[in-house]
Design a protein around this ligand. Structure first.
Ligand code: NAD
Length: 266
């Protein structure tokens, strides 16, 4: 019996990267896991994201861990698709106890989008993907959690949502992730009375298959030197915090932001 046996968890954006590590961690803890991603085979886009040849997607990896798993392809910034995907997951796995609203990311080069020169189209895209995607995911699970009188919601912000980049670059992404912090704190106040905790995780420089290529191009030392621990983070470093935020260890923690930045926030 795992700590989360009998629970149903949904992780958005779990086809690769940190989201995949969250989904695997929740399954290792015994939860049945629903996955929503715009592309369940998105791991194929980056060499560093390879999964075992015997698996078609993370959904197969989850089943191999002995839990039930169900995958849906949907754009997290489209409310109809999000609602429909959560409904299919509920039909297959049952009402959702745990949501990790992880799907997201930025657009363009990390040297662009200074606040005074922001591209409105890119701002729109990242707000829809990060903030609206989180809001739509919460809207899909909140009624069921309220009815049960139980829920664990984890939103995903970023180091970039808590402090600005040097020279103010990538501020469209930072603004969208900062908005998630504010939304998370309000949501915790809203749902506390239903015994639903709401917290945010704020990853720093995490070596996913996608980002390791960018870190290596710029020189890994550029990033590790900004951390107290003098190393990049791993998806597992983040997944360990998800274990805390989704189990009874965090039952009296709500409205908090836990940074997993290796001490990069000073
Ligand atoms: N990797 C880092 O260093 C880092 C740092 C801070 C925050 N984050 C945040 O953590 C989360 C995961 O990051 P990652 O590095 O694993 O990202 P990633 O790009 O490797 O994986 C993101 C996953 O989300 C999916 N996705 C993207 N847009 C989607 C959409 N519109 N609808 C549904 N699915 C969508 C992708 O297909 C992919 O499988 C993101 O919210 C990201 O902003 C990451």
């Amino acid at each position: 019996m795992g700590k989360l046996t009998g629970k149903v968890a949904v992780v958005t954006g779990a086809a690769r990267g940190i989201g995949r590590a969250y989904a695997l961690k929740l399954a290792q803890l015994g939860a049945d896991v629903g996955v929503i991603d715009i592309d369940l085979k998105s791991y194929q886009h980056f060499a560093g994201e390879s999964i075992g040849e015997q698996y078609e997607s993370v959904v197969d990896e989850l089943k191999e861990l002995g839990v039930k798993a169900f995958g849906m392809e949907a754009d997290i910034s489209n409310q109809e698709q999000v609602q429909n995907s959560f409904q299919k997951i509920v039909d297959n796995l049952g009402e959702v106890d745990i949501l990790v609203a992880n799907a997201g990311g930025g657009t363009g080069s990390i040297l662009e989008n200074k606040p005074s020169e922001m591209d409105p189209e890119q701002l729109q895209t990242v707000l829809e993907r990060n903030l609206f995607g989180t809001v739509y995911s919460v809207a899909a699970v909140a009624p069921g959690m309220k009815k049960k009188g139980y829920g664990k919601i984890v939103t995903v912000t970023s180091q970039a949502g808590l402090q600005s980049n040097k020279d103010g670059t990538y501020s469209h992404y930072g603004a969208s992730k900062a908005a998630i912090v504010s939304y998370t704190k309000s949501l915790a106040q809203d749902l506390g009375t239903y015994n639903i905790t709401v917290n945010a995780i704020a990853p720093g420089y995490i070596e996913t298959g996608r980002l390791i290529e960018q870190f290596e191009q710029a020189g890994v030392e550029t990033f590790t030197s900004q951390t107290a621990l003098k190393r990049l983070g791993t998806p597992e470093d983040c997944a360990n915090v998800i274990e805390f935020l989704t189990t009874d260890l965090s039952d009296y923690v709500t409205g908090s932001v836990i940074d997993v930045t290796g001490g990069a926030l000073k």
